[in-house]
Design a protein. Structure first.
Length: 239
């Protein structure tokens, strides 16, 4: 409708110009050309005023684009951080599973659980004798703990370094079984389902020990557990 009005106005202007020029003696064709040129210049000027964006529109579009861009960056950064954390947690979880498998195998062949002096069995530490290397002839043929030839194995949790240490004597060298460990527990059970008390004779009464390891990396944690059934035959009695 606006275009029709503009066209109508333009035609009127063209007729006015043509009539005015013809009255002054100008040829009609020349007058028509002059009128068309004026209308074209007018249309061009009006079009230039309507093209492009205003400053307010540019500011609004820029602000929205920046908000979307910042949101995408935050989302991408969070996704990358989560992916890195999951990979790190997966790596330490695999390491802890291997340590748990080693501990289960070695503890399953324990001949004697030691709980005297500095060699203790409690919720965070475990000491026992077992032929873990398989290189001690006659390690399990004695019936006396003071004559036991099997090496002594100690598992301890270093709460400062967040590691599980294993010491085999002889030779008495400590090695790290697992890292990033924020929790290590040993739960002792007899023939029933109830957990043995802390003052119980674990060597005489325990038939099953549950090992629980908690690992943490980058704010994410995971708990692993393993039931270990102790050997019943050829267990050496406590002194």
């Amino acid at each position: 409708m606006t275009n029709d009005i503009a066209a109508h106005s333009g035609d009127s202007a063209l007729v006015s110009v043509q009539v005015s020029i013809e009255r002054n003696g100008y040829p009609a064709r020349k007058a028509r050309v002059i009128g068309i040129q004026r209308l074209l210049r007018k249309a061009r000027n009006e079009g230039s005023l309507n093209d492009g964006f205003t400053l307010v529109e540019v500011i609004i579009v820029t602000t929205i684009s920046l908000i979307i861009l910042v949101g995408l960056v935050v989302l991408l950064t969070g996704t990358i951080d989560i992916s890195k954390s999951n990979r790190s947690l997966l790596a330490i979880t695999d390491s802890s599973r291997r340590a748990l498998s080693t501990m289960s195998r070695e503890l399953g062949g324990a001949l004697l659980l030691v709980n005297s002096g500095s060699d203790i069995c409690d919720i965070h530490n475990l000491t026992f004798h077992a032929d873990v290397r398989g290189d001690t002839p006659g390690a399990d043929v004695t019936s006396s703990s003071d004559q036991l030839l099997a090496p002594k194995v100690q598992w301890t949790w270093d709460q400062t370094a967040h590691t599980i240490k294993q010491t085999i004597t002889p030779p008495g060298t400590a090695v790290t079984l697992a890292s990033d460990v924020v929790g290590l527990e040993f739960r002792y059970y007899g023939t029933g389902s109830e957990e043995l008390r802390s003052d119980a004779d674990y060597n005489a009464m325990a038939t099953r020990i549950v090992i629980i390891i908690t690992v943490q990396k980058g704010g994410s944690s995971r708990k692993l557990s393993q039931d270990v059934f102790l050997r019943v035959m050829d267990r050496v009695p406590s002194q």
